[in-house]
Design a binder for this molecule. Structure first.
Ligand code: T1G
Length: 694
């Protein structure tokens, strides 16, 4: 017989053992209902005379995955998780927590407020709060040091890293590792607690070994490495409070937690968390993905070999084709280098790498070898005729039902599909370089693409650990179309008075890992040059066109790969290229611009306003499903600072009206480039937000 103490919590009694079952699918997030039920269950069993010990366990795949992050930013509703932890810790009967699956943040805090902890294999636990812009706010910074010391608590709580059962045992976070189903283990370990073979104690009663030096070192390290973030520094302050009596330390932790909850970084990081999941909600979600075991990759260049590497790492069999054996050898060598990197990073054993290269990778110069492939990805030169020719051949070679994908980063997928007799099987899978590391995959859906082919693209992306974003067909799809627009504003800033290095410094200061000109040098200036030449015939005469980038390319300076571009590469680190500065001066003189000064804030505001403007047009054109999809593209494909949530989240933080005012002010300088998108103007007039469209 079981007693339901809330919708998600129940308890039963088995031979003197009180068993509390948590059941809030899918991950047992500590919602208000779960908190009410858990506290009531502990109190109920504490009061039952026939109960000598209590065990808490989770139904489903997790103990408790953490606080319910959907509640963040909303009014706090009692009981808070810290209160529930105090009820558990203060229980007069021994309480054991059985930890399995994701037991993170508040889930770990509930577990360490119990009197003993037992982990099942497969546990993943830790304090990931800092990745969400907060800190362990239910006693983790107080009970952690009492169990595992200040240093280990700081490590877990400032990195957010997840650890398994063995490491948790070694640290002292758990007392034992047991095999079996959570409920069965719960009964067994509660009996051991009663028998005294499993040590129980109130964590809050344990002493903390002071360690001011560790606290000071961590504070100094974070000041050096994470000055742009807010909550990691608050973690150190909270952990320092563990040398106070528990109640005092908990009160200080709660106050610091509240500061983090109020920070814009928390809103940005939570938005980024949900963005990674929201993009999976596509119209084709109900369609059945086709089975993909063997894939073909055409092209062994940077992208083709990167895609092949990603597929090998996901356990797929890969046939890679190139036009001749020399090109194949270069492609194979690139794959071997990529895999060596994975071995060095500890992502792959050397033995597995060797097996992959020996058994899972086949190289060929004959497209006929793709006859049995389940899916083929074309990743050759960005030329429409070359691609159309390849798809004509594939149409005649590949088995019925094979998915034919192009990795084009700009070109019209409808035009490619049209040369085949099976346009329903054609799709765009736009990877981002390096394809085995960057997580974004734009799944470009052409007019005729069948729903199950879209589902197949998403399923493949998931296997490759990609963040898949559904995109419609236009020049550049989502990311590169927006990039093509806001890149121009950096050229205008340089013409009007900035140096490339100043623009880079300002954009890095906003939070990007690299500034735009450094990114261009890294990717290769010739790529943009090809695009500009392709688009030249269609360029409007009203567009302000800056010749600087073309002149750099005409000089053969393509960036890092040629040792010079906007910067010179060779000595200790990149330095501004004086020849580029001279070209800028010449171009300024030639066009007669009036040079003026720009602050970093000016640079960032123009850069971000340009990005948002084109992003709004991408949304209005239906190329992206929702604003949050555009955020995901920039968070996972363009290095957008995660704590700022993405361009559309940034737009909501600034406000539509303020953005419209900025554009109208800039339009005084260039009415063609700076135009207010109708959707943004309407949003400004109605007080709407992009969040309302997600
Ligand atoms: N709160 C609310 N919803 C959550 C959630 C959470 N903590 N975790 C996951 N979900 C939703 C998710 O949005 C998705 O919803 C569904 O569950 C499946 O998730 C006080 C303050 C647990 C490893 O940071 O890391 O505790 O899209 O697709 O791949 O100190 O979810 O289906 O509508 O990711 O199997 C700390 C975050 C919170 C854990 C499972 N905890 N979650 O991965 O499934 S802060 C976390 C995860 C905290 C305390 C502080 C993963 C997972 P939908 P999923 P998955």
């Amino acid at each position: 017989m079981s007693t339901q103490t809330s919708d998600t919590v129940s308890y039963s009694v088995e031979e003197g053992i009180g068993l509390i079952a948590l059941n809030h699918p899918p991950v047992n997030a500590a919602s208000q209902d779960l908190r009410v039920g858990l506290a009531a269950a502990v109190r109920g069993l504490e009061a039952e005379a026939g109960v000598a010990a209590i065990a808490i366990y989770g139904e489903g795949g997790a103990f408790i995955a953490g606080a319910d992050i959907r509640e963040f930013g909303k009014p706090v509703v009692a009981p808070t998780l810290p209160d529930v932890c105090l009820v558990i810790e203060g229980c007069c009967k021994p309480v054991v927590a059985v930890m399995h699956g994701p037991t993170l943040g508040g889930g770990l805090e509930v577990a360490i407020s119990a009197h003993a902890r037992v982990a099942l294999p497969g546990l993943q636990t830790g304090f990931p709060e800092v990745t969400l812009g907060v800190l362990p706010g239910a006693g983790g910074t107080q009970r952690g040091p009492r169990l595992i010391g200040i240093s280990a608590t700081l490590d877990l709580a400032t990195t957010g890293r997840r650890i398994g059962a063995e490491e948790a045992l070694a640290l002292g976070l758990v007392d034992r590792i047991a095999e079996g189903e959570p409920r069965q283990v719960a009964i067994t370990v509660a009996r051991e607690a009663l028998a005294g073979t499993l040590k129980t104690r109130a964590t809050g009663d344990l002493p903390v070994t002071p360690d001011q030096a560790v606290l000071d070192d961590m504070a100094a390290k974070l000041a050096r490495t994470q000055g742009h973030l807010f909550s990691p520094h608050k973690v150190v302050e909270a952990v320092a409070g563990s040398m106070l009596p528990l109640i005092g330390g908990l009160a200080q932790e709660r106050a610091l937690f509240a500061e983090c909850i109020e920070s814009p970084q928390r809103a940005g990081l939570i938005h980024a968390f949900f963005a990674e999941r929201a993009v999976l909600k596509i119209p084709e979600k109900g369609a059945t993905a086709r089975t993909v075991q063997a894939i073909g990759v055409i092209g062994g260049g940077t992208m083709g070999s990167g895609i092949a590497t990603a597929a090998l790492l996901a356990g797929l069999r890969v046939t890679m084709a190139e036009r001749d054996s020399d090109a194949l050898d270069r492609g194979r060598a690139t794959i071997e280098k990529n895999l060596e990197g994975a071995v060095k990073r500890g992502k792959l054993s050397a033995q597995k790498r060797d097996t992959m290269l020996a058994q899972a990778l086949v190289t060929t110069t004959d497209l006929g070898d793709f006859a049995q492939a389940d899916l083929v990805i074309e990743a050759v030169f960005e030329d429409m005729e070359v691609k159309r020719d390849i798809f004509r051949q594939l149409d005649g070679i590949c088995k019925p039902g094979a998915v034919l994908a192009t990795n084009t980063s700009y070109l019209d997928v409808n035009e490619i599909a049209a040369v085949t007799g099976r346009p329903g099987d054609v799709i765009g899978l736009h990877f981002f370089s390096p394809a085995h590391i960057m997580r974004l995959l734009e799944v470009v859906v052409a007019d005729a693409t069948a729903p199950e082919v879209v589902a197949t693209g998403f399923a493949l992306g998931k296997r490759l650990r990609k963040v898949c974003v559904r995109a419609g067909v236009c020049d550049g799809f989502i990311g590169n179309r927006v990039l093509s627009h806001y890149r121009k504003v950096t050229d205008y800033l340089v013409m009007d008075g900035c140096s490339p290095a100043q623009v880079d410094r300002a954009i890095k200061g906003f939070g990007f890992a690299m500034g735009p000109f450094s990114v261009l040098d890294l990717a290769g200036l010739d790529i943009g040059w090809v695009t500009r030449k392709r688009l030249a015939p269609t360029r409007s005469p009203d567009e302000r066109y800056v010749e600087v980038a073309d002149r750099i390319c005409e000089a053969g300076w393509f960036g890092r790969k040629t040792g010079r571009g906007y910067y010179l590469y060779g000595g200790d680190g990149p330095v501004e290229n004086p020849d580029v500065l001279a070209i800028i001066e010449e171009e300024r003189a030639k066009t007669g611009v009036e040079v003026r000064a720009f602050s970093d804030e000016d640079i960032v505001e123009r850069y971000m306003t340009a990005m948002v403007s084109e992003a709004v047009r991408v949304l209005a054109d239906g190329i992206a499903l929702r604003p949050i999809d555009i955020d995901a593209v920039f968070l996972f494909g363009y290095g957008f600072p995660r704590h700022r949530g993405g361009p559309m989240h940034y737009a909501d933080c600034v406000g539509a009206a303020a953005l419209v005012a900025r554009i109208e002010r800039y339009a005084g300088e260039d009415a063609f480039y700076w135009q207010v998108p109708p959707m943004l103007r309407q949003m400004a007039e109605t007080g709407g937000r992009f969040a309302d469209l997600n």
